[in-house]
Design a protein around this ligand. Sequence first.
Ligand code: NDP
Length: 294
Amino acid sequence: SRTTAFLGLGAMGAPMAAHLARHARETGGRALVWNRTGARADAHAREHGSESVTLPDAAQADVIFSCLPTSREVDEVLTGLEGGLRPGTVWVDCTSGHPEAARRQSARLSERGVTFLDAPVSGGTAGAQAGTLTVMVGGDAAALEGVRADLAFAGKVVHVGGVGAGFAVKAVNNALLAVNLWAAGEGLAALARAGVDVAPALEVINASSGRSNASENLIGQRVLTREFPVTFQLGLLAKDAGIAADVVRAAGASAPVLMQAEALFRAAATVVGAGEDHTAALRLVEQMNDKEIR
Ligand code: NDP
């Protein structure tokens, strides 16, 4: 029977690993979980029927998932369990990582007969809870087919290219999220300064060609309500915008609007706080305009 291990039970990892535990129950497999702060893994096991294990025990799984803040933490964890890895294992890294790290990690793991897939996800904590995440996968297509049935948290799985392509697509997607969010904030702040009520303006935009996921969902639910609930940290989106800038530069592409996203979201993380929700970046737009978006 099949054994999976999930490393990193954060805002995304915990609900994703809960789907692996459910899938294991349904198929007679095992779902191991590991978290740096072990109490969270123990709580996950109690709540979802996963098995809280040590890092060396997690290395024994057929499929190892990770979902950590950045590729740097994946490197650290990889170092911790490298010695226990078995040939034939597939490592599915769901971190929003860096394409260059993926190529390095893939080469390092292949020395042990382990296949690395960069498999970042989109859909937020709500998508993770619902098990409807979009997964963009870079790496060996045959290895993906071998683990496709294990991706119990996924709604849509797309193979986008070789090692690192998943991380590159994710970075560009999130740079687009950053640009759309920021630009919608600028537009609404300008309208507020012009004396236009924000709520009807947003209603119109959301029935018009200027709409985006940011305008349709994020701004109404998180900014206008002044709630800014933390489900995706501003510092993580700034990190993603930085990876997108690296992708643009490495490709020799010209993308001046996307390149702005890194500087704007770094500034927002500095001024507003990296641990705030990503939508709180609009607090900086508000400061720049001396006007609240409400
Ligand atoms: P969280 O901050 O909620 O969770 C981070 C996890 O990483 C925790 O389990 C934490 O463990 C662990 N961790 C942190 N540092 C280390 C370390 N040095 N060694 C081992 N473990 C470590 O982050 P998210 O779940 O929000 O994000 C995870 C990834 O998913 C990021 O790359 C993010 O960009 C991406 N993502 C996030 C989305 C979201 O909506 N939140 C959506 C899509 C992608 P501990 O409990 O010990 O702190």
